[in-house]
Design a protein around this ligand. Sequence first.
Ligand code: HEC
Length: 127
Amino acid sequence: MAHRLKWHLLKKGVPTMKQSAMIKLLAGSLLLAISSIAQAQAGGDAAAGKQKASMCAGCHAIEGYRTAFPKVYHVPKLKGQHGEYMLKALEGYKDGSRSHPSMNAIAVTLTAQDMKDLVAYYTSGGK
Ligand code: HEC
């Protein structure tokens, strides 16, 4: 009985061809997922940024636009801004070191990745 059980375990422990192919496939897709995460962390994803920019366009996409609330403010253009500067500005609005009510409210909702994606979008020709 004990012998039979051992044999059974041994048989189960050796992956069949089909199983090892599956394992390779799984390992491969895991690697792919990891490398795409690494890529996203290294820089921003302009395509993702474009989607996120829809919440900025209401104010920033209009040339010469001035917000009427809470005061009349000129809204700077984001297209063509320097990436490093833009990222710093967004981080500043988020942590409060730079203050403006509209931008503070927006920036607190952004993650570090959102900011990078947005910067990638705006520095790659997005408006
Ligand atoms: C409600 C209107 C409004 C929305 C929505 C908005 N912004 Fe702004 N943003 C402003 C205004 C007004 C300023 C100028 C604030 C100041 O003078 O400090 C500004 C400033 C900035 C600046 C600094 C620019 C500079 O030249 O100093 C950046 C960067 C920025 N916004 C990015 C964004 C991004 C990215 C989004 C979307 C996630 C966004 N904003 C959404 C109104 C808005």
